[in-house]
Design a protein around this ligand. Sequence first.
Ligand code: SAH
Ligand code: SF4
Ligand code: F3S
Length: 465
Amino acid sequence: MTKKDIKNELEYIEKVKNINEGRNLKYNILTMGCQLNENDSEKICGMVEKMGYTKTDEILEADLVIYNTCCVRENAEEKLFGKLGEVKKLKEAKGTIIAIGGCMMQEKHIVEKIKKSYKYDVIFGTHTLQNFPKDLYNAIMQNKKITDILDIDGEIIEGLPIKREDNIRASVTIMNGCNNFCTYCIVPYVRGRERSRNPEDILDEVKKLAQDGYKEITLLGQNVNSYMRVERERGEAPEEINSFAKLLRAVNEIEGIEKIRFISPHPKDFTDDVIEAIKDCEKVSKFIHLPLQSGSTKVLKLMNRKYSKQQYIDLVEKMKNKIPNVKFSTDIIVGFPEETEEDFEDTLDVVRKIKFEQIFMFIYSRRVGTPADKMDGQIPEEIKHKRFDRLKDLYEEMLKEINKEYIGKTLDMLVEGYSKTNKKLLTARTDTNKVVVFEGEDSLIGKTVPVEIISEHMWYLKGRV
Ligand code: SAH
Ligand code: SF4
Ligand code: F3S
């Protein structure tokens, strides 16, 4: 994949910095959406801080407010309109600059609505992140509103400054876009076609992170395990590291990194080489996210998921046989069009069969422009909610059982810091993403220590060092 030359765009960082010189300006950013958006926000923060702004959590203090938006479900969209209503007063009172970016800005009807009814200075999209300094510069210098959206699939952008949220765990985006077009999903329309970063750039980034003391890396992509697939099909993939399995093996070799995770994979791309790589690479987490979406073969077909109920179950079995102690988390949508009681029972059946450690549950949300939005057989809200509650009840019931299996076990865990609710306790997470709280010295923070689990409390576990 050819990389875009962004030298010209980055020169605007210096230009904005010069205008801001000596003014002690502050910015506030709100990120809505998934880890990919969070990683984009880290790049936005990287650029903004180089332009002379310092971060504040207090929006009233901010001279620049940035919203990085998500549109995967309706509630994500509504959140933005609420925020824009609030920030309007701030703009009127002190001229706060308002910038709105992210997935939602790739939807034409939304941008129209904002232009018509809300206040803003800069609108940028998922393919124009690198233009943000230039857009901000023009908005300030020309005192006018800037809308900078590209519909074409973005190219690969390397070399944006980055300000990371954490100093132990880091996310590394390895591919952008999605070609799967699940019929409910807006992501392919707002993130464009699949394109993978070059392996050298990824490995350089991870090596640099290891040198800076990072211990855990999460590889990110909307369809992360199809890394380099389209490039391979086009005969454009690099010779050596031309697949997700090979990338995992290469990252596994990097000294200093202790744990490797990846999100979000698609079941259809769990090819044997990927399963082998997970098994062989000691640093790769054996806690795998495997989005189910529905347990009904009929619904899966309508969703364009490319696997049946049985194929999903078989895949889990195969992975269990090959990878000792593998555990799973999943995503499930309830109330997809045409979902009958029987179809929903199929979903519950899979949940009973596969003891998922974690389930992210969603009520189907109609998205403008997606095929499912135009399907007959939309399910009434009331039924959707009832099914959601039934799934939640089953999940909680199973969770109690699953949590009990942890009691008495001693697990190695990276100590993250203090508990948010009780500053006297330290927290860590199991490999399966369960929060564990325990007493201990400050000096343990950032170290991997054995913790014995002593009790379970549904959403967290208690332990002792
Ligand atoms: N690329 C990832 C993430 C997609 S969005 C993946 O394929 O797993 C994260 C989750 O949101 C999806 O897995 C799906 O469960 C849910 N989701 C996506 N579109 C949705 C919609 N229209 N309504 C409800 N949930 C949706
Ligand atoms: Fe959406 Fe499906 Fe792509 Fe995931 S794989 S981003 S659910 S279209
Ligand atoms: Fe949302 Fe965009 Fe992620 S729509 S889920 S922020 S890719």
